[in-house]
Design a protein around this ligand. Sequence first.
Ligand code: B12
Length: 135
Amino acid sequence: MMMMSTLLSAALLLLLPGTLTLESKPTPITVVVENSLLGNPPVTYSSHVVYRGILLGAMKSLMDSNANFKFTYTENLNYGPYLESVNGVAGSDEDHTYWELLVKKPDGKVIRPDVGIGCYIPSENEQIILRFSKW
Ligand code: B12
């Protein structure tokens, strides 16, 4: 009986990699700030997220470790954190500007996530693009 349950636990551990095993390696990502609306050249930063961590966490740790990167966000009741400003430039309802969240995959394809910085979970070697855009 004891042997059976030991075998069962071992099988479960094998079946659920990433769920029951500890992943401690940080996931490397880059963050690119693009502001062609104001004519600024893109600036690239290296960062990392913890295993299955959210983008907001990676942005906060980048801000803590790099004095040249800063951002602010507001809290939306329904959708969570809304990226309000990056490096001192804020989106404005009046001017119809906002910080768009885009992601360049390692294969070069650029996607526009259907969630914000508080829900997006970056994968290894993704380039997170924060692009000042018009709507
Ligand atoms: C219009 C709109 C926008 C406009 C808002 C302009 C404005 N100030 O009016 C702009 C273009 C700025 C926008 C941006 C984004 N949006 Co939008 N947007 C909408 C849309 C079509 C309508 C919202 C609305 O006017 N509601 C009516 C008003 C009366 O209610 P409200 O609560 O005051 O609306 C506010 C919030 O919705 C907020 N808002 C809009 N988008 C987002 C996204 C996030 C993550 C947050 C926290 C807040 C937020 O702006 C509205 C005005 O203040 C909805 C879809 C829908 N049909 O509801 C998507 C929607 C809310 N957006 C969405 C997304 C994903 C984004 C982006 C993250 C897209 C991207 N990849 O860049 C960005 C936000 C990036 C950032 N800076 O954090 C998703 C959110 C899903 C989720 N669970 O996270 C939705 C549901 C659409 C979808 N893809 O399914 N958006």
